[in-house]
Design a protein around this ligand. Structure first.
Ligand SMILES: *Cc1c(COP(=O)(O)O)cnc(C)c1O
Length: 395
């Protein structure tokens, strides 16, 4: 039998990370709810507790179900090590807190996820960490800022909600020259479409709540790296600070991931059809999707991704008034602040990803007030197209 790393990502989504955790001939990973793990032999106990023998001690540190989830993600990202968190934001904040010290500098882009952006604008400056946020998609500015020196270059690609792309390989080269670590939030692409570690990235971050789990029923986060020491340091920060992934959530995420490749494949296919349909629609001003030839970063996306993803956004004519009219008419879409689920999910950018910003700030970010984020689900695409056609006729 081929080693699992040599089979396709689809097969790995189904099989990877599970075998070591099966018990009593079960074909599915058990949900181990036990908070503690006991040892009669105190020498054995001591060896496990000090990491000299494999095993578990206490649920805040490690748990078998949680570990199976980490192993699956680690395999899909072809990483050497991974550790998990209660949410995507915990993964991001714990990783930053592990590496950064007062006086350090971090360079990133303006279009990071809303919560990440809040860490940059509100929390890191309080710790005397200098944050520089560059125009997303402007590689020259980003390069110039990184060259001045920094501890971390933090990227997210594709971004939220205008789906901008940053050239990962190009940025890694500049960052490594100044000794900076590169973190990439890979939530939108998923490991099916993009493996940032291939381009030399130091840490890959996922909100597992989104595409990895795929069913909008469990929160979670995970980070992967080829640098085992970096993951050990982040794990140590998390085990002490306590943002551990719950075993039941780990199980739901693990189960969701078994269909990751099928969902993502369908979502990419449907998103492209929908983007092309919207582009020609008279009520639509602008469509943002990296799969469109008109997208400013289409070529970079083609180089570093294996597909363009299930996320798109579009601006309707008539701004917010039009959104108010058409959004409630969509039958096959949750109007909610989530994405990456099996159900299509929609929301105006001003009430989801960029609720924290003023209209002026949104304008500066190139986010029209009438922008709608559309996370394509796995419904039959013709039904989604009909649904959009009907709803847009109310404008
Ligand atoms: C949702 C999201 C996060 C945060 O994840 P949570 O699980 O909600 O904490 C981080 N990055 C991106 C790109 C996201 O979409």
């Amino acid at each position: 039998m081929k080693r699992l790393e040599h089979v396709s990502l689809g097969t790995r989504s189904v099989w990877a990370g599970e075998k070591d955790y099966l018990v009593h001939g079960a074909t599915q990973v058990p949900v181990v709810h036990s908070v503690s793990f006991g040892y009669d032999d105190i020498d054995h106990w001591f060896q496990v507790a000090t990491g000299k023998k494999p095993g578990h001690i206490y649920g805040r540190n490690t748990n078998p179900t949680v570990q199976a989830f980490e192993d699956k993600v680690k395999n899909l990202e072809s990483a050497q090590a991974a550790t998990s968190f209660s949410t995507g934001m915990a993964a991001i904040s714990n990783s930053l807190a592990t590496v950064l010290s007062p006086g350090d500098r971090i360079v990133s882009i303006k279009d990071t996820y809303g919560g990440t952006n809040k860490i940059f604008s509100e929390f890191l400056p309080k710790l005397n960490i200098d944050v520089t946020l560059c125009e997303t998609g402007n590689h020259e500015t980003l390069e110039a800022e990184v060259k001045k020196g920094c501890k971390i270059l933090y990227l997210e690609t594709p971004t939220n909600p205008t789906v901008k792309i940053t050239d990962i390989e190009r940025m890694v080269k500049v960052a490594h020259k100044v000794g900076a670590l590169v973190f990439v939030d890979n939530t939108f692409a998923t490991p099916i479409l993009q493996n940032p570690l291939e381009f030399g990235v130091d840490l890959v971050i996922h909100s597992a709540t989104k595409f990895l789990g795929g069913h909008a029923d469990a929160l979670g986060g995970v980070v992967c790296s080829n640098d085992r020491t970096l993951i050990e340091r982040i794990f140590h920060y998390r085990e002490i600070n306590g943002a551990s992934l719950d075993p039941m959530a780990a199980y739901l995420l693990l189960r969701g991931m078994k269909t990751l490749h099928l969902r993502v494949k369908q979502q990419c296919e449907s998103a492209e059809k929908i983007a092309r349909f919207l582009q020609k629609h008279e009520k639509v001003d602008k469509v943002f999707y990296p799969g469109l030839e008109t997208h400013p970063n289409h070529e970079i996306a083609k180089q570093q991704m294996r597909g363009f993803g299930g996320m798109l956004s579009f601006a309707v004519k008539g701004e917010l008034d039009s959104v108010r009219k058409f959004l409630p008419k969509l039958k096959f879409a949750n109007k909610a602040a989530n994405l990456g689920a099996v159900e299509t999910t929609v929301g105006p950018a001003r009430t989801t990803s960029h609720i924290e910003n003023t209209p002026e700030e949104r304008a500066a970010l190139g986010i029209p007030e009438g922008l709608v984020r559309y996370s394509v689900g796995i419904e039959e695409v013709d039904d989604l197209l009909d649904d959009l056609k009907d709803a847009l006729s109310f404008i």
